[in-house]
Design a protein around this ligand. Structure first.
Ligand SMILES: *[C@@H]1O[C@H](CO)[C@@H](O)[C@H](O)[C@H]1NC(C)=O
Ligand SMILES: *[C@@H]1O[C@H](CO)[C@@H](O)[C@H](O)[C@H]1NC(C)=O
Ligand SMILES: *[C@@H]1O[C@H](CO)[C@@H](O)[C@H](O)[C@H]1NC(C)=O
Length: 419
């Protein structure tokens, strides 16, 4: 080929790539990774620490007892929800709010079973997490729909028919324009004000797998991990006015949210920074954001704080694979190019997370004491529990949700270590 025809060919290809880039790159190209950001920063997991295995006698797994001829209800419970009385709820993959009752031990040590009852159907989306409010309603986030609530007292005393109210699917920005909430991920309720704090993980929308009809919410997070667009946000909804405002922007997949007992701050997880951020609601630093902790052995997901002990728990769904670390460490131009090419691959060609189960106990710190990671509990090859996405503390126990299992994990913090 002559130089001229090569040039014409290249121009044509460039034109076609640009014209059809929405097909190749529906979520846009990879972004530059600012210094100090990204999933490659942080320590590796210690493979010898098996503190979360069943053999350590502190983890119990609760499986559903499914009646013959019935379909199971506890399907990939991302986060376990407890009400004030300790009643257990999960949100199922097909949009059901399910309560888990009558827990019974089995012959196998640390394996229990329970009945699951559908309380309500929450709509056509994919609810991930929820929190009961002082007003008796369950506020929940649905990846597809946004922030919603259902007031269950109607079910309990049949005075009113419970229905789902969609509260926020977009947020008004300072310039007056509206920005859609594309991936509502986690929610917490302010114990003092009753305000709702919730995350919008990414601007990458999830869609249904056409074969199964199930929403593919994992792909959106994979896209964000590779693309690093930093479009995650922490948002706040005020029930009294219906307003939504933005508290934190530029998070690398905004995931778990937890408020402290005095509602002086909100913790928010940035999954692909492996970091917990703190937004000050009160005091001298009100309105400021601080990167609180980031030396975790993997990427992070849900977070929850105990109002009794002041300690918080953060889920570590997976470690970061060596190829991903290498990719992030390439020279910026090359890294961006390779990551953009990866985003063009068919979605089933994107690598799956290596099996790992873990969560960390953290001290969120105070004005006179620094924050710290106290303990890391892990099942390093995910043998007994894998891909923990939600942690909920209640009565000295941490309830563990997972997108890779159809059971609930319960870790008893109070038991004396057996090693
Ligand atoms: C993130 O994605 C949005 C929408 O696709 C785009 O407008 C924005 O420029 C991207 N940001 C970066 C840092 O690439
Ligand atoms: C949700 O799935 C379960 C199990 O497949 C099924 O029993 C239940 O009827 C479903 N609920 C709805 C509303 O689709
Ligand atoms: C594993 O981690 C737990 C919690 O941090 C800690 O108590 C224990 O000593 C560690 N075990 C090993 C073998 O490192």
């Amino acid at each position: 080929m002559s130089l001229l025809s090569t040039a014409i060919f290249v121009v044509h290809v460039a034109f076609l790539v640009q014209k059809f880039s929405y097909l190749l790159l529906p979520y846009g190209p990879a972004a530059d990774i600012p210094p100090g950001r990204g999933p490659h920063l942080g320590p590796r997991a210690d493979p010898s620490n098996v503190s979360l295995r069943l053999s350590n006698k502190k983890l119990t797994k609760i499986y559903e007892r499914v009646d013959e001829g019935k379909d199971p209800l506890v399907i990939k419970p991302e986060t376990v929800i407890l009400n004030n009385e300790g009643k257990i709820f999960v949100l199922s993959e097909n949009g059901s709010l399910v309560t888990v009752v009558d827990i019974q031990e089995t012959d196998q040590p640390f394996i229990s079973t329970a009945k699951a009852i559908e309380v309500a159907h929450l709509g056509t989306g994919r609810p991930l997490s929820g929190k009961f409010h002082q007003d008796g309603c369950l506020y929940f986030v649905d990846v597809i729909m946004g922030l919603a609530r259902i007031c269950l007292d109607g079910i309990m005393n049949s005075e009113r028919i419970p229905h789902v109210e969609l509260l926020a699917s977009r947020v008004q920005l300072d310039d007056g324009s509206y920005s859609p909430i594309n991936y509502a991920d986690d929610v917490d309720v302010g114990p003092k004000t009753g305000h709702i704090y919730f995350t919008d993980a990414s601007n990458a929308r999830s869609d249904r797998d056409v074969r199964t009809g199930i929403y593919d919410i994992m792909y959106g997070s994979k896209v964000e991990g590779i693309r690093m667009n930093l479009s995650g946000r922490l948002l706040r909804y005020k029930p009294e006015t219906g307003e939504v405002d933005v508290l934190i922007t530029d998070l690398a997949f905004a995931n778990g949210v937890a408020v402290d007992k005095d509602e002086t701050y909100v913790l928010c997880v940035s999954t692909f920074d492996r970091a917990v951020f703190k937004y000050h609601l009160d005091g001298e630093k009100a309105g400021q954001v601080e990167r609180l902790l980031d030396q975790f052995p993997g990427v992070l997901d849900g977070i929850d704080c105990s109002f009794q002990t002041g300690k918080c728990y953060v889920a570590i769904p997976s470690t970061v694979s060596a190829p991903l670390v290498a990719l992030m460490k390439l020279p910026p131009f090359l890294s961006k190019l390779v990551r953009t090419l990866l985003l063009m691959l068919p979605r089933n060609a994107t690598p799956a997370a290596e099996p790992f189960g873990g969560f960390a106990e953290i001290d969120p710190g105070a004005s006179n004491s620094p924050a710290s990671i106290i303990r890391v509990f892990q099942d390093p090859d995910g043998r007994d529990i894998d891909f923990i996405t939600g942690v909920t503390e209640f009565g000295g126990k941490v309830y563990l949700g997972s997108l890779h299992g159809n059971f609930i994990g319960v870790y008893d913090l109070a038991l004396i270590p057996s090693f």
